[in-house]
Design a protein around this ligand. Sequence first.
Ligand code: SAM
Length: 404
Amino acid sequence: MRLDYVSIFPDFFAPLTLSLPGKAAEKGLLEVGVHDLRGWTHDRHHTVDDTPYGGGAGMVMKPEPWGDALDALVVPPTTTGQRTTVVFTTPSGEPFDQRLAEELATREHLVFACGRYEGIDQRVIDHARTVAEVREVSLGDYVLNGGEVAALAITEAVVRLLPGFMGNAASLVEESHAESGLLEYPVYTKPPVWRGHEVPAVLRSGDHAKVASWRREQAVRRTAQRRPDLLTPSVLDDGTPIVRATPGDAGELLTLQRACWVQEALANDMLDIPALHESLEDVRAWLGEWDTYVVRRAGRLVAAVRGRVERGEHGDVWDIGRIMVAPDLQGSGLGRILLEHIQAVAPAEVASYVLFTGAASVRNQRMYKKAGFRLRRDLPAPPGAVVLTKNAARHGTDTRRGDL
Ligand code: SAM
């Protein structure tokens, strides 16, 4: 790959000789050219800016030096048909992310055009599109003084993806924003205890399956907590999404709840289960207090689950409830999927999950136990019900601290 940088501050690019990009250049993976835009000016003062047409504050970068720079740097399509890609760094560009880094890493030649002042005359970008591929790229929703830092950041993200650049290519697969789309799980190294903080026991267990499952759970949890926008909604096998309930779902939730709780009442031989007697107003009220998720099939609300944080004596507890599946879909695996979903979206600080079910609801209890919940006869439960708990996978020092 060849990288060219055009800037009025070429010294900004000294870091390119350091660290891994420097090594990549030594290995012959990268060719780098840094160019002073003023080298393409023809007046005594090496002028690169002028006042904006239409008035207004600040100066605009003149088109002529940029035109000459592009003439010198953009190369004709290669034998593989690839054109030069000119990256204009600008806060009004497409946001830079890992997907774009992956795309740019497939290019053979990138030219970074680093703006200053109020930016570059628009005609330069329009002209560049006629001779090269153009990407206008923003580092983020803030304004820098110039494009050099953005060009360096983009370079670092792109170059580490080049085949042969990283010593261990596997590290590219597991990190944040990689294929899974999740943030990375917390990482630890020696010593096992540092200033009273312990490395989670599971990471020292040598059980690879357990380590992998712990890491996956941590990654999902961290992403849900810090970047819920990155999480695509959980989907069932047929692509049906599990979505957050809205206040408008109250009526259908009441119907589903009655259908499910009549079954519970019959199975447990008790008609005074509170959920059975809730009104539409009651459902609207709890919808406002619980994180509730629903599944719709062909427009019909067919399943739901809710969770909320309760302050327990030993830490925060994620109270899971109302796992409801329409009678005609029971036994289809929907309940298990909802149970997994509601655990995955629990806030990071919860130490354990808790749920109640009918003492005679054998099928439910079997599903919960399969999912790692333990029956807790030692804990108080409403009449006719039992409590089940499970430790939340967390990255604290003592995973049992918050057990109920
Ligand atoms: N007037 C411009 C605007 O409002 O979009 C901002 C110009 S800025 C002061 C000068 C130069 O810094 C830009 O031309 C661009 O090259 C660079 N720059 C500033 N913020 C950037 C960002 N978020 N991402 C990429 N480049 C940025």
